[in-house]
Ligand binder design. Structure first.
Ligand SMILES: O=C(O)CCC(=O)C(=O)O
Ligand SMILES: [Fe+2]
Length: 492
């Protein structure tokens, strides 16, 4: 398994499940071996006890019989030595070894942290309450799964780390109620105990200035009650120093992503564009103008199913992690969690070239301008997102050299992402649901002045269920742009 792909690639997760199954089987064999030893020990206990039980109350008479005293002496001399040996013998060493060897292949702490951040991003973006999330309910999508007390505790700890004490406290309350209601014999083994939960809960309450409540939590716990005053004083003396969260979700982003926000039917009507290319006079185009400044338009039904299928077949085997990290002050935030690949790629199936050429030509017919040489195929799985960003660089770099900045963006939607996954423009109150066959096009820069337009800030909402397949491509300023085809300020 490529570690980094653990969170997003389905095949990596499949491998992980396979390994989990193997480890469970191994643990079961271990338990059988231990059981076997226990069964033997219990049988021996019973056998050894029998003669003594028989002698109870008539010990002298019993020992007078050499047929009794001989076995006693022999047994005492011999058997206990063997029993000691047997007791000492470890069982299931093979299984312990197997587990030890597999440990390095298991997810690491960083993987768990990232997965926890993804869960929190889902909860925050879609406004899912801890108990809803624990029941598998996110933004009105019901999953057939639940979170355990251990899962909830992890989320609580992450919130605490960031100094989100109210949220941490909610998740701790949830952890507690799961601790009590669930069959929890295994929690002790798995390192979760009520004491730790209560301690963190008291700490949260102190940070929230709820001293009395904090004390009550400690008093309710037998191991903490005695020490409660001390603990509270300690908490008070050293206030917790929170670590910056790496979420950076704006209210507008959250509002737009939620299913409670449905895109307004655009007041601008669909029209048939037959101006950019003679080709389109014959085949008019269904276009939906979403905004005039910046110019944003959605084209419907211009990607045939056959092409979509072929694109997916081409790209799937090539998908790699495309995580983009951006520095936000002192922390590195994962901006973008998805799998991706550029098309074309080296040694691509030759049938891909004509397909991509056809797409480029199609977009040129439609928009009047030529897309860059490469398409960026993206696959977002559960929780995968792209946080708010601009597509322009507004700086010179290797991408802009000789061809200018990304003046326009095209997004092809290659499947339906019915739950989450919309593209949103938080500053424009615009939401484009990810629907198969649609093409979204917009200008990042003013068509005349080439000034970058900060209102083009956009993002991809986290995917709640299934995956989202899309393809992005960019048009650069000086790259075969036919200025007559750039819409002028239409609304004047
Ligand atoms: O997937 C989306 O909806 C947006 C992707 C995007 O903004 C990008 O690739 O730059
Ligand atoms: Fe973008």
């Amino acid at each position: 398994i490529n570690r980094k792909e653990l969170l997003i690639s389905e095949s990596a997760k499949m491998d992980l499940m396979q390994l989990d199954m193997e480890l469970i089987g191994n643990l079961e064999r271990y338990a059988e071996q231990v059981e076997d030893k226990v069964a033997k020990l219990q049988r021996i206990v019973q056998e050894l006890r029998q003669p003594l039980e028989a002698a109870k109350g008539k010990e002298e008479e019993y020992l007078g019989n050499p047929l009794h005293s001989f076995p006693l002496i022999r047994h005492m001399y011999q058997d206990w030595r063997y029993i000691e040996e047997f007791m000492n013998k470890t069982v299931g060493e093979e299984q312990i070894d197997f587990l030890r060897k597999k440990l390095p292949e298991l997810p690491w702490q960083a993987d768990t942290e990232e997965a926890t951040v993804d869960m929190i991003r889902m909860a925050e973006t879609y406004g899912a309450k801890p108990w809803e999330m624990a029941q598998g309910l996110i933004d009105n999508v019901a999953f057939n799964t639940t979170l355990s007390a251990l899962d909830c505790f992890e989320i609580a700890k992450m919130y605490f780390k960031w100094g989100y004490f109210v949220e941490a406290h909610h998740w701790l309350v949830n952890t507690k109620s799961l601790l009590y209601t669930e069959y929890s014999a295994s929690y002790e083994v798995l390192g979760l105990n009520e004491k730790d939960v209560a301690l963190l809960q008291a700490r949260c309450l102190m940070e929230l200035d709820l001293k009395k409540e904090a004390k009550d939590v400690l008093l309710a716990h037998p191991e903490l009650a005695e020490n409660s005053t001390n603990l509270l004083n300690q908490f008070e003396a050293i206030p917790y120093r929170a670590v910056d969260s790496s979420l950076f979700l704006t209210e507008d982003y959250k509002r737009l992503c939620r299913s409670s926000f449905s895109p307004k039917p655009s007041r601008l009507h669909c029209r048939y564009n037959s101006t950019t290319s003679p080709f389109l006079i014959l085949a008019p185009l269904k276009m939906e103008e979403i905004s005039l400044e910046p110019y944003i338009v959605v084209y419907h039904d211009i990607l045939p199913d056959k092409d979509i299928m072929q694109l997916i077949i081409l790209a799937e085997p090539q998908l790699k992690e495309t995580k983009v990290f951006k520095k936000h002050g002192a922390t590195r935030a994962s901006e973008h969690t998805s799998l991706g690949t550029f098309l074309p790629f080296k040694d691509m199936d030759p049938s891909g070239e004509p397909l991509l050429d056809r797409l480029t030509q199609r977009m040129r017919d439609i928009t009047g301008i030529k897309l860059s040489d490469r398409y960026n195929f993206i696959k977002y799985g559960f929780g995968a997102h792209y946080s708010s960003h601009y597509d322009y660089f507004n700086a010179s770099n290797s991408d802009t050299e000789g061809r200018g900045d990304r003046i326009a963006t095209v997004i092809f939607y290659l499947n339906d992402a019915p739950f989450g996954g919309a593209t949103v423009f938080p500053r424009l109150n615009i939401k484009i649901p990810a629907e198969r066959g649609k093409v979204l096009f917009w200008y990042n820069m003013n068509g005349e002045t080439h000034h970058v337009d900060p209102n083009t800030l956009h993002a991809a909402c986290p995917v709640i269920y299934g995956s989202k397949l899309a393809m992005a491509a960019w048009i650069h300023e000086w790259e075969d742009v036919h200025p007559t085809h750039i819409p002028r300020k239409i609304n004047k």
